[in-house]
Write a protein that binds this ligand. Sequence first.
Ligand SMILES: CC(C)(COP(=O)(O)OP(=O)(O)OC[C@H]1O[C@@H](n2cnc3c(N)ncnc32)[C@H](O)[C@@H]1OP(=O)(O)O)[C@@H](O)C(=O)NCCC(=O)NCCS
Length: 153
Amino acid sequence: MTATIRLITEADKPQWVELWHKYLKFYASTGIPSDLPDTVTDTTFARFLDDKEPMACFVAEDDETHKLIGFANFLWHRNTWAVEDRIYLNDLFVDESVRCGGVGRKLIEAIYKYGDEHGMPSVYWMTQVFNHRAQLLYTKAGVRDGFVTYSRP
Ligand SMILES: CC(C)(COP(=O)(O)OP(=O)(O)OC[C@H]1O[C@@H](n2cnc3c(N)ncnc32)[C@H](O)[C@@H]1OP(=O)(O)O)[C@@H](O)C(=O)NCCC(=O)NCCS
C-alpha cells in the first residue's frame, strides 16, 4: 500500500467525518469524553478550508483505492518564545487496516514540511502516557520534551 499526503478539500468531508468518528471512538475507549455535537465537527471541518483560520488538515489517500486512510489536524498560534507562530498537531489518526505502514510518519513529516514552507519550524503535540503504540512512532518522528500537561478540572 502506498499513500499520498495532501491538504484536505471540501469533497473529502464524508470520508474525513467517517475517520473522525473512528478517532473519537478510539479516544472514548481511553476514557476521554468524545461525544461531540455535530456543530463541533462541522465547524472544525469548515475551519480547515477557511484561509483566515489558523487551522489545516493533511489527509492520507490510498493510491490504489483513492480512499482516505488517515488525517492529521493541526493549528498554529503565537508563541512568547519566538517571533514565528508554532504548530500544534491536534489530532493524528490512521485507519486500523493500514497501520504500521508508515502513513502516520508521512503525515507528521508533511506537517514539518508545511511548517518549514510557512515559516513555522516548531511543531509539537502530546499523547497519553499509556498510548504506547503512538509513542513507537513519536520516538522516531520526534523527541520527548519533558513537559507534563495539565487541564482545568
Ligand atoms: C498512532 C498512529 C497514528 C500511528 O500510525 P501508523 O501509520 O500505524 O504509524 P507508522 O506506521 O507511520 O509508524 C510506525 C512506526 O512505529 C514503529 N512501530 C510500529 N509498531 C511497532 C512495534 N510493534 N514495535 C516497534 N516499532 C513499531 C514502526 O517501526 C514505525 O517506524 P518506522 O517508520 O521507522 O518504520 C495509529 O496507530 C493510530 O491512528 N492510532 C489510533 C489513534 C491514535 O492513537 N492517535 C494518536 C493520538 S496522540
